[in-house]
Design a binder for this molecule. Sequence first.
Ligand code: AMP
Ligand code: GLY
Length: 425
Amino acid sequence: MKVLVLGGGGREHALVWKVAQSPLVEAVVAAPGNAGIAALATCVPLDPEDGAAVAAFCREQGIGLVVVGPEAPLAAGVADALAASGVPVFGPSAAAARLEASKSFTKEVCDACGAPTAAWARFTEAAAAKAHLARTGAPVVVKADGLAAGKGVVVAMTLAEAEAAVDDMLGGALGAAGAEVVIEEFMTGEEASLFVLSDGETVLPLAGAQDHKRAFDGDEGPNTGGMGAYSPAPVLTPEVEEKALARIVRPVIAEMARRGTPYRGVLYAGLMIEAGEPRLVEFNVRFGDPEAQVLMLRLASDFVPALMACATGGLADVTLDWRAEPALTVVMAAKGYPGSYARGSEIRGLEAAAAVEGVTVFHAGTRADGGRVLANGGRVLNVSATGATVAEARARAYRAVDLIDWPDGFCRRDIAWRALARDGA
Ligand code: AMP
Ligand code: GLY
């Protein structure tokens, strides 16, 4: 079978890497891909958000399965276009992708099935939103309803900050994404992410992970797409995971089916866990980036039958085996990220880094230029490792980071500090 993977980041490199190992797969194509993906797949300049073009490409090339990496093609209805033309697709319909594309939709679904989450209210008028804030006080969370590329959530510690966020969002700073705001109760606890697959009915849990959203060590600095991750997440004990599945994930999957918009694909549940009780922070309708990188390193089974079952049904017959060893990834980003940064600087030492025991280097934002690899994004490399312990995986990953010669890059040096603090290491 030929598999097409949509996207060109580290998440997609990890998915391509895993899919290419399947004995069921004869070739992998990626659109647009990157310099690392190009070693495993044919990269094509196809617009991942253009459903008609993707469907036509699949018919011409005899693609047997499409795996959608990012949320934008899903929200744009690419899975619908593929399903309509009979191409199996891993990823939800636009209607089901509203679980990420609309915060108020997700809250309604949670309320309909009793899934625990922060108390909330929605507003399109600043005066009404501020009157509500006067009642809630701070801290409080203000969110743009729609997709805002990570800029749509303001955790406001003061009322003034919350009011400013309301004015910004309803004033059009985020475009249509901010035309409605959701104001939420501020939840305390420890965050972790739980990933599950669904074919619309069956839920197959994958594994948990934790990421590091802030740019700098000690969880300082601006919010990013994620500067590192590790799996498993110690806070997500089997008991907490079972509560999250029973109270949040399974009821939401059932509610989506009841509404006639069954959820097919991977569901990423961002959880806040306090005193062993999980509540939902948000859903994403795709793998996390860089969480996918650590999940793929820990997955022992062939992933393709599970991806195909999400697309076509029969997930109840699929089982997946996981390696017990933890996996960890360190994101190397271009200096300046998540603000403005330069592209085009050369990265050396990638082969030496990849030769470190237990290490795999995924490319997140690179492009090939002859024999050279150039930085081509904010998050550029995911230096990833497995090990007998988190400490070993981390030592290996940083050994590899130190072999990479890229003066224009930076990374956090404290990935997995929570897990290590728990171990008393
Ligand atoms: P997002 O950009 O949607 O991933 O959200 C960013 C972060 O905001 C989350 O990972 C949480 O740390 C935080 N957050 C979102 N909603 C809440 C909430 N209701 N209470 C506390 N923190 C929240
Ligand atoms: N790493 C967080 C995300 O993918 O949304």
